[in-house]
Write a protein that binds this ligand. Structure first.
Ligand SMILES: Cc1cc2nc3c(=O)[nH]c(=O)nc-3n(C[C@H](O)[C@H](O)[C@H](O)COP(=O)(O)OP(=O)(O)OC[C@H]3O[C@@H](n4cnc5c(N)ncnc54)[C@H](O)[C@@H]3O)c2cc1C
Ligand SMILES: O=C(O)[C@@H]1CCCC=N1
Length: 380
């Protein structure tokens, strides 16, 4: 008997933040879309779960900062459309060596793009940011429009909006499937599989230089409740190039778990996404403990809660947004390298444009696969 295919304009694989926003953009364009997910939703096995993420324009590259301009508008549009709060402005404290590489680069990107920042002099630092020790030789600035995104709520909202568009009389046809046993056919395919990107791409003869890292998401108890609370206007922070760590350290004010502040290391041990919980290396937690002891004296330097998440990182930490080199109707979004959540609305828009053969709204050359030519295992 001939196989029974269900036909779509576009198949999107992976219902994390990026697959969901891609399906949302396709649905808005009346495209018959199916979003395939391997797990029953919501789940906590990928990269998009958890309560919160940082949103910021503070980057060392103009292209990220400039994409975030539109992205903030898209976040706000979604909030209005769905009548839900997804963003809370807190500001982002950026600390790093004044004579280092990262801090001056971020500061000059923000200044060049004329964004609202406040530079804190050492003498006034503790008056504005109490209970934090600024390391010797480090500068501090605040990216004023940065804040917290509510991550789980975002996923729920975007997925519900996709259903809403599919029920609209003029709307598209949309399915969200958690299945392994049906056959689907479409003009284009968007692969948004997060840590499983290379597993899926192996069926297409392509392997990208991606590394999957387990991230220990640590929450630290305030010695005095409220010291670092969102309601007391404590900001998010990024510590660049600290003495304690090779990679950045970042945190969000206490909010989701009362009295606990989330502080994480921007790296972690390599893992197989299907074996994440077998990875028990805690070297990153040791680094965080040393940093917290020296810079956050108001926190107990032993994590009160440790949750798990995964990064999928590229060698240069920049995303992959491109067509498959040998199958142009396959579009790939991958390697979000631990900083992709905030870009969800714009990545969704760009992957939708690529899948429909449209000219993308931004120059995607920093995100092309061919930059890895020397590193990729397949002939690109
Ligand atoms: C601890 C942590 C903190 C972070 N903090 C920030 C932050 O502050 N700000 C920020 O902007 N970003 C942050 N990020 C990064 C951001 O969360 C990720 O870049 C983003 O969530 C990646 O989403 P995704 O859709 O690419 O991947 P995922 O969320 O992993 O989604 C991929 C989906 O594909 C599904 N899938 C895989 N294979 C298949 C298959 N064969 N069939 C069907 N489904 C499949 C998976 O089950 C999964 O649901 C953080 C990440 C972590 C882990
Ligand atoms: O992307 C973000 O803003 C966060 C904080 C810095 C490191 C990674 N994620």
């Amino acid at each position: 008997m001939a196989a029974q295919f269900r036909n779509y304009d576009c198949i999107v694989i992976g219902a994390g933040v990026h697959g969901s926003f891609t399906a949302y953009n396709l649905a808005k364009k009346n495209k018959k879309t199916i979003l395939l997910e391997q797990f029953v939703l919501p789940h906590s096995r990928g990269s998009s779960h958890g309560q919160t993420r940082v949103i910021r324009k503070a980057y060392d590259r103009d292209y990220y900062t400039q994409m975030m301009e539109e992205c903030y508008q898209l976040w706000s549009q979604l909030e209005k459309e769905a009548n839900v709060k997804l963003y809370r402005r807190t500001g982002l404290l950026v600390m790093g060596p004044e004579r280092g590489l990262a801090y001056p680069a971020i500061k000059s990107t923000l200044e060049r793009n004329k964004l609202p920042i406040v530079t804190l002099q050492r003498e006034e630092f503790s008056q504005h940011i109490p209970n934090v020790n600024l390391s010797q030789g480090h500068g501090a600035l605040v990216d004023m429009t940065a804040g917290v995104l509510y991550a789980d709520r975002t996923l729920r909202t975007v997925q519900v909006r996709v259903y809403w568009y599919s029920r609209h009389p003029k709307g598209c046809h949309f399915d969200l499937m958690c299945t392994r046993c049906r056959l689907y056919r479409a003009k284009s395919l968007v692969i948004r599989a997060g840590p499983w990107a290379n597993t899926l791409l192996s069926h297409t003869g392509l392997q990208l230089p991606l590394q999957v890292l387990k991230i220990n998401v640590c929450y630290w108890k305030e010695k005095v409740p409220g010291f670092y609370n969102v309601q007391n206007r404590f900001p998010c922070f990024i510590q660049l190039e600290s003495e304690e760590a090779k990679h950045d350290i970042y945190g969000l004010p206490s909010n989701e778990y009362p009295g606990l502040m989330k502080i994480c290391y921007h790296s972690g041990p390599e893992t197989d996404p299907d074996e994440r919980d077998r990875q028990t290396d805690r070297g990153d937690i040791d680094i965080l403990q040393r940093y917290i002891t020296s810079c956050f004296p108001g926190l107990v330097p032993i994590p009160a809660i440790v949750e798990s998440c995964m990064y999928t990182v590229t060698p240069d930490s920049h995303f992959v947004l491109d067509h498959h080199p040998t199958h142009p109707n396959i579009v790939i979004g991958a390697g979000f390298s631990g900083h992709g959540f905030k870009f969800g609305p714009i990545v969704g828009k760009l992957l939708c444009e690529l899948s429909q053969g449209e000219v993308p709204s931004y120059d995607l050359s920093p995100f092309r696969i061919r930059r890895f030519q020397a590193l990729s295992k397949s002939a690109l």
